[in-house]
Design a protein around this ligand. Structure first.
Ligand SMILES: Cc1cc2nc3c(=O)[nH]c(=O)nc-3n(C[C@H](O)[C@H](O)[C@H](O)COP(=O)(O)OP(=O)(O)OC[C@H]3O[C@@H](n4cnc5c(N)ncnc54)[C@H](O)[C@@H]3O)c2cc1C
Length: 416
């Protein structure tokens, strides 16, 4: 069997894998990526957050992405029963990027992969990792190419950025169920000729359709808009027919969508994804680190996936370089705990979203501009700024704020 050697083997050529590979490559180490599919390939996750721009910049990808002229995204708009709440990232509390992009992921991910290849990182496409054996921190990975030919890669370290493939957690039984209830998404890409009826294209719009059922509207610069419904799987049972019929009925039932998306062309038969939340015992081990979706993915509502994928790879890539230099690395404090700070902050927001606490905050009258800017920073992906009370006290801050708003509103009603 053919055997190759490399300093670092990266599994997966998505945002997590390519950012990590670039950072290790820039430090002068040999990196090789193996990717199961060929690119461009479809993946969902099209609305980015400003914090990911820092990771893309450090990976050296920003100029290549800018050239693609993707739709610029300046904020997130929430809509419920005709009321809107518009967060603009330029007004966020934390110092950082005030904008990002909305991207068809097939093109975005190909741009990152082509750029890292140009930097000198080889990518073996249509090559699947099937087994890994660790000898201390060194490893031998078996991969199988599209012709069914097996070969081996010996590496000093592995970065697993295999996303929904979850290669190391599955091979070594590290997967753990998430405590979040299962949810389902039904989505497609539409030819969006009537954008002017509701939105400008420069933000994501999240519509509260019913309690715990919401819609994403993500316009791209090419006139196409990604549209998806998310809710408890049982919510979809009351809609009959195939995926296209179900999505058209859902659109007709939502006042915010029905004029704009009536009869629009769907670019592919609507797809279904279900039960995506998973977690693992830990994000690292001897000879490997997990980055991106392989670590923990919660929920799509705040578009956190690509940002956590690229930020985790930005941090892990630099720690892998330290390890290769022979320095001690404190993975627990310098990686796991930092990533859990981000994941746990978003978890509080996801729970508050499905419980309705965030509805109270987002759609309140007379909002406090400072609090608004602090919540905006979380929505922009700035999850590590402990000067922001809505990061520092993410578990209690939202409930307390909603209680104050409800009390204030009840007092105002009584005095009228
Ligand atoms: C309904 C829904 C909506 C979402 N919306 C958003 C959003 O708006 N914004 C956002 O940021 N995120 C969103 N996400 C999350 C987003 O999809 C992911 O977080 C993101 O793609 C993670 O990137 P990654 O690089 O970790 O993994 P991926 O992008 O999944 O890349 C992993 C790569 O690894 C490869 N691979 C897998 N197994 C193997 C193997 N055995 N051998 C070799 N290669 C392998 C795969 O082919 C893939 O190319 C959404 C998720 C869902 C479920």
């Amino acid at each position: 069997m053919q055997v190759q050697t490399t300093d670092v083997l990266v599994i997966g050529a998505g945002p997590a894998g390519t950012v990590a590979a670039s950072i290790v490559n820039q430090a002068g180490y040999q990196v090789r990526i193996v990717e199961k599919l060929k690119v461009p390939r479809f993946v969902i996750g099209e609305s980015l957050l400003p914090r990911c721009m820092e990771a893309l910049e450090e990976a050296g990808f920003l100029d290549a992405v800018k050239e693609r002229k993707f739709q610029e995204k300046g904020g997130a708009k929430f809509v419920k029963n005709g009321k809107t709440c518009d967060y603009q990232f330029a007004r966020q509390f934390t110092k950082g990027w005030g904008w990002t992009w909305q991207v068809p992921r097939a093109e975005f991910d190909k741009t990152l992969a082509d750029t890292v290849e140009k930097m000198g990182v080889p990518i073996d496409y249509e090559t699947t990792v099937t087994a890994i054996e660790f000898q201390g921190s060194e490893s031998t990975t078996t991969v199988v190419d599209k012709n069914g030919m097996a070969s081996q890669i010996k590496a000093r370290f592995i970065i697993d950025g295999s996303g929904y493939g979850r290669v190391i957690p599955k091979l070594f039984n590290l997967d753990r169920p998430s405590h979040l209830p299962p949810r389902k998404a039904l989505f497609t890409h539409t030819v969006d000729l009537r954008r002017e009826l509701s939105d400008e294209p420069n933000r994501i719009t999240i519509v509260v359709h019913k309690p715990a059922v919401w819609i994403w509207i993500i316009p791209f610069s090419n006139g196409v808009t990604s549209l998806g419904f998310v809710g408890d799987p049982s919510f979809f049972h009351s809609y009959s027919g195939g995926p296209e019929q179900q999505l058209r009925s859902l659109i007709a039932d939502e006042p915010y969508l029905k004029e704009r998306f009536k009869g629009v062309e769907f670019l592919f038969e609507p797809r279904v994804l279900e039960s995506w939340s998973t977690t693992t015992d830990r994000f690292y081990g001897e000879g490997y680190v997990l980055t991106g979706n392989v670590t923990e993915f919660l929920d799509p509502v705040f578009s956190s996936g690509v940002t956590l994928a690229t930020v985790s790879s930005q941090i892990a890539g630099k720690l892998v370089v330290e390890k290769l230099k022979g320095n001690d690395v404190d993975w627990e404090n310098d990686y796991m705990n930092i990533m859990m700070q981000g994941v746990d902050t978003f978890r509080s927001y996801v729970l508050a979203w499905y419980e309705g606490t965030l509805d109270t905050i987002f759609f309140a009258d007379d909002q406090d501009p400072l609090i608004n800017s602090q919540i905006c920073s979380v929505l922009a992906g700035y999850l590590w700024d402990l000067d922001n009370p809505y990061v520092k006290n993410h578990k209690t801050g939202l409930t307390r704020l909603a209680t104050i708003i409800n009390y204030r509103d009840s007092q105002q009603t009584q005095s009228q």
